[in-house]
Design a protein around this ligand. Structure first.
Ligand SMILES: Nc1nc2c(ncn2[C@@H]2O[C@H](COP(=O)(O)OP(=O)(O)OP(=O)(O)O)[C@@H](O)[C@H]2O)c(=O)[nH]1
Ligand SMILES: [Mg+2]
Length: 209
């Protein structure tokens, strides 16, 4: 069977640049989707799994690995964005605040630069053993305010048994009822490559909307 000719090939993603601040970023107008979430939730690993390239985004066992806005491009058509994680307790208060401001500014500026076709979705990456934290909920509210489509992605489900997995999905779905706007929920394990097809579909739909 031939592949869909308009399908986005995420394997083509390449590193573009890393920005400690946004003023230098020249591709904020690109159609893009950004990965956000708690530090160590698995954002960079998920991006790598999506693009089938372990060397694309830097990952680490210890939280606080991604500290800048890291942009990857798919030819000159789209950008994928790896953002610093929030809630990393060991970072200094000043660092935490500056990452928070960077995140907020990223969302605001990407929306302003290209309101119709710029930031087309946020993947909020959530560790399935911790579930939605206050900062995730704040992020959802923030994205709701700007009308940005959200995909909640539960990671590390390989660490849960069948019953725990079901509980994690049910509880997250229940909590999401409080929020309006499109929210999608999926479970993933980058180890087992689970849920990656669903993520790819969601990304395609939003980037090509
Ligand atoms: N078992 C398991 N481990 C995972 C999974 N996804 C990520 N990890 C591990 O979790 C750790 C953190 O992954 P990262 O992808 O660096 O997390 P991050 O959210 O980008 O972290 P920061 O950049 O620090 O905010 C690494 O040791 C990964 O190997 C998964 O699905 N299953
Ligand atoms: Mg990271």
């Amino acid at each position: 069977m031939s592949e869909n000719p308009t399908a986005i090939n995420f394997r083509l993603a390449t590193f573009y640049a890393s920005y400690p601040e946004l003023s230098q970023c020249d591709i904020l107008h690109y159609p893009q989707i950004a990965f956000v979430g708690r530090s160590n939730a698995g954002k960079s690993s998920l991006l790598n799994a999506l693009c089938d390239n372990k060397k694309l985004a830097r990952t680490s066992n210890s939280p606080g690995r991604t500290q800048t806005v890291v942009m990857f491009t798919l030819k000159e058509d789209y950008a994928l964005v790896d953002l610093p994680g929030y809630g990393y307790a060991k970072t200094s208060k000043t660092m935490r605040q500056s990452w928070g401001i960077l995140l907020e500014n990223y969302v605001k500026q990407a929306v302003e630069f290209n309101p119709e076709k710029g930031l087309l979705g946020l993947v909020i990456v959530v560790d399935s053993r911790r579930l939605l934290q206050d900062m995730d909920k704040q992020m959802i509210e923030f994205a709701n305010f700007y009308g940005i489509n959200i995909c909640i992605f539960l990671t590390k489900i390989d660490k849960l048994n069948q019953q725990q997995k079901q509980q994690a999905l049910n509880q997250t779905q229940k909590e999401l009822q409080d929020y309006q706007n499109t929210t999608v929920l999926m479970g993933s394990s980058v180890q087992k490559k689970q849920g990656i097809d669903l993520l790819s579909q969601w990304m395609q739909q939003n980037l090509q909307s």
